[in-house]
Design a protein around this ligand. Sequence first.
Ligand code: SF4
Length: 424
Amino acid sequence: MNKLSKIEFSGGCSDTPILKERGQREVFCGLTSIIWLHRKMQDAFFLVVGSRTCAHLLQSAAGVMIFAEPRFGTAILEEKDLAGMADAHDELDREVEKLLSRRSDIKQLFLVGSCPSEVIKLDLSRAAERLTKLYAPKVRVLNYSGSGIETTFTQGEDACLASMVPVLSETDEKQLLLVGALPDVVEDQLINILKKLGIENIKTLPATQKDKIPLIGKNTFFALVQPFLGETAEVLEGAGLKRISAPFPFGEQGTTEWLRAIAKHFKIDENSFNEVISAPRARAKKAVQAAAKKLSGKSVFFFPDSQLEIPLARFLVNECGMTAIEVGAPYVHKSIIGPDLALLPNGPTISEGQDVDLQLDRCRKAKPDITVCGLGLANPLEGEGLSTKWAIELVFTPVHGYEQAGDLAALFSRPIKRREVLQL
Ligand code: SF4
């Protein structure tokens, strides 16, 4: 991350010492992000090169959501493949051949690596190159790792997007690139506001189709829509693109500051900016106020999971009147979440990484009104009387932008209401 452009921020929690923990952690692996990526990239297929465990994870986590022919699968390496890597490569080529001959709709194929040592030994980047040559120009084959050894669940998206950057073609056109997979409706809303501000040339990564994949160049400015895209940001900056650093577009404040940072780069004057955002901004404020009634004066504790923790804590404290006790994130990249840290009032412990038992002790002692954590911790903590919110839901639900700000607050107020009802 140190290759990312250095931007300094001050105030709030910018200089709060970070509690760094390295121990047992409870987080899903990067394969999980295939669940939202396959919906976004409509002509892509994700072929997980993995074990039966990987197949089970995808089937149980995502299988129920698939009604049409699925756009992901698992090439399971059997014991016999361990006999030699040549066999494993042949087996993979056969699987790809079978898949592509049956499915002419596939235009982008991702080979996704996993944990088993035999998969780690397999050179998937060589396989992707070989298969790209074989199936070009109809299908482009790329690879990345979703292994639980290397990635947490949102890092799967980061690794996927980073794998796409080196093959993007060049353009000199001045343009804005929005980076991160958003639900279509949310993406359209943000693009709509940006166009009203006068920014016409807007592209997205990932794109919905292969033929809409953006061109990039030194006149491309990019803005991340998710805080977990550090590797992608680094690769884009390495390719000469300029990053627009901003708080993330969660809630009224985050969305306004994210839009403002972009508007500044495109030299849009303050009056025009205020004119365009005033109505949706007012709607967002009103919606948050209504949904936040249950949250005001309550406390929140974040376990590290999605990397959304710091921007969400900023939203809950500044807009919903909550107190953050601890904000844990798997990684704290100040170059990415610096603007959110600067807006988060001083007070909470900021922790990076995890030693789950120590963190559970701190959480039990603090008795927060709501705990944001992974599925594995939520049930036992509920059993102990704490209200929890599943972090993974925040990635699956549309939560960005002005129009979703009220829904975002409601996601946190629901568990509190539920517990109040149970206690009656
Ligand atoms: Fe597969 Fe590893 Fe994820 Fe388990 S943690 S599902 S083995 S990639």
